[in-house]
Design a protein around this ligand. Structure first.
Ligand SMILES: Cc1cc2nc3c(=O)[nH]c(=O)nc-3n(C[C@H](O)[C@H](O)[C@H](O)COP(=O)(O)OP(=O)(O)OC[C@H]3O[C@@H](n4cnc5c(N)ncnc54)[C@H](O)[C@@H]3O)c2cc1C
Length: 401
């Protein structure tokens, strides 16, 4: 045991010295994505948010950097560790939750099901282009009347005698829907058919007749991200459009677990951006003849924010190491999402208060993160649903219905 006197100083931007936990490869990924966000996201994201848009050309920029499907192997994917993927999500969301959402949806919700459950033909057709960002994917699970309980979905898949499929239904709140080239759509099969009414996944090119994806307008949150409805009216697909290697809710739920893992890291990025913005603002803003950072009430806020952001990041790192070791359990992903998104929202609100009136403008990143995090709190399993998943794991008693 060392009896050296403890050091007194800490780095305000890394107060728990979490950099010391990262490998060379992880530091490289982290620094590369941080630089990219600084160069390509931060200068324009306030404008995208203001205009309610996310430029399609960013897809190729993400692809060039190897961020799309980066934790998958083969088919042009980078094949990094899960922890490195998480760190990339953290840095992207320090820019904006919309940028991280794009990468999460493309990699974890659209590419992952094709990679994990698709036929070789489906993989060859879509994954290399999706990894490069020349084809954009979306994931259609939620419906107008089916959110937290996706097994109540009404979208149907009818199989014709020749093996072809016909899809009918409406999906809601679909990230990237209107700019997607391919949609992974989950639908209920015929109760009298060979799958006995089980949910199956379909790879649907968005130029298929009968498919349309109107944009959802008037969003106040996640504005630098495209959100759409998917309308499927007698969408006729060949027999080979079904994902052959998964049947039932295990398909969509395993995709959600992948994406939630990215989110539990990502939320720490949004929180970190808010904390750093509040820290620098408080050191510069003078009231009563002193920087506002010199007031005890401000220091209490900053201290609590620094602890929350960096213990949340430490939790993410721990869960990342478990995922890489193959020991991560679903309720542990829920613990991460539940803890880190709620933490990020609290930090964003405190940061907004420290910025005073400036805290409500898009000149600073804080209010943008604050309202974005309201979406992150709801999608990929609401706070309540993750509470119930953990509650079920602790007690053995499901309390969902
Ligand atoms: C910006 C954005 C992007 C999205 N992107 C996608 C996407 O790409 N693909 C996709 O398929 N979906 C997407 N979603 C949808 C998202 O996953 C759903 O909004 C989410 O699952 C919640 O469903 P809901 O909104 O219908 O809320 P509901 O399920 O109606 O829930 C409303 C409230 O009731 C609570 N509640 C529900 N059931 C229970 C219960 N048993 N016990 C206690 N409380 C309960 C919820 O926690 C919530 O507070 C997106 C949503 C947003 C906002």
């Amino acid at each position: 045991m060392s009896h050296q006197p403890l050091r007194q100083a800490i780095d305000p931007l890394d107060p728990l010295h979490l950099d010391g936990l990262l490998s060379e490869e992880e530091l490289l990924v982290r620094d590369t994505v941080r630089r990219f966000v600084g160069d390509r996201v931060l200068p324009d994201v306030g404008e995208w948010f203001d205009q309610g848009t996310f430029p399609r050309e960013m897809a190729q920029a993400f692809g060039d950097l190897g961020l799309l499907g980066m934790h998958l192997e083969g088919y042009g994917c980078a094949g990094t560790s899960a922890t490195a993927y998480g760190l990339a999500c953290l840095e992207l969301e320090a820019g904006d939750s919309g940028a991280r959402s794009f990468v999460s949806v493309q990699g974890s919700l659209a590419m992952f099901p094709i990679w994990a459950f698709g036929s070789e033909e489906q993989k060859q057709e879509w994954l290399p282009r999706m990894a490069a960002g020349t084809a954009i994917g979306c994931f259609g699970l939620t419906e107008p009347d089916s959110g937290s309980d996706p097994s109540s979905m009404r979208t149907t898949a009818r199989q014709l005698p020749n093996g072809d499929w016909v899809l009918n239904g409406t999906k809601m709140w679909i990230t990237n829907g209107s700019i997607a080239d391919v949609a992974v759509v989950w639908a209920v099969t015929d109760p009298e058919g060979p799958d006995n009414g089980a949910v199956r996944g379909f790879v649907v090119p968005t130029d298929t007749p009968g498919f349309s994806a109107p944009v959802i307008h008037k969003k106040v949150s996640l504005r630098a991200s495209i959100t759409s409805e998917l309308v499927l009216q007698e969408v006729h697909l060949p027999a080979g459009a079904v994902l052959p290697n998964v049947t039932g809710m295990r398909g969509p739920l395993s995709c959600l677990n992948e994406a939630r893992f990215g989110i539990l890291f990502g939320a720490c990025g949004a929180a970190r951006a808010c904390y750093e913005s509040a820290l620098s603002y408080s050191l510069e803003r003078v009231q009563f003849g002193k920087p506002i950072a010199s007031f005890q009430l401000t220091q209490k806020k900053l201290t609590e924010m620094a602890i929350a952001v960096h213990t949340g990041t430490l939790l993410s790192m721990h869960l990342g190491r478990m995922k890489d070791a193959g020991t991560l359990a679903t309720p542990q992903v829920s613990i991460g999402k539940l803890n880190n998104v709620a933490m990020a929202l609290r930090v964003a609100r405190e940061a907004r208060a420290i910025l005073g009136a400036n805290g409500i403008t898009l000149e600073y990143p804080v209010v943008r993160h604050m309202v974005n995090l309201e979406s992150v709190y709801t999608y990929e399993g609401t706070n309540e649903i993750h509470t119930l998943i953990v509650g079920n794991a602790l007690t053995g008693i499901p309390a969902f219905g």
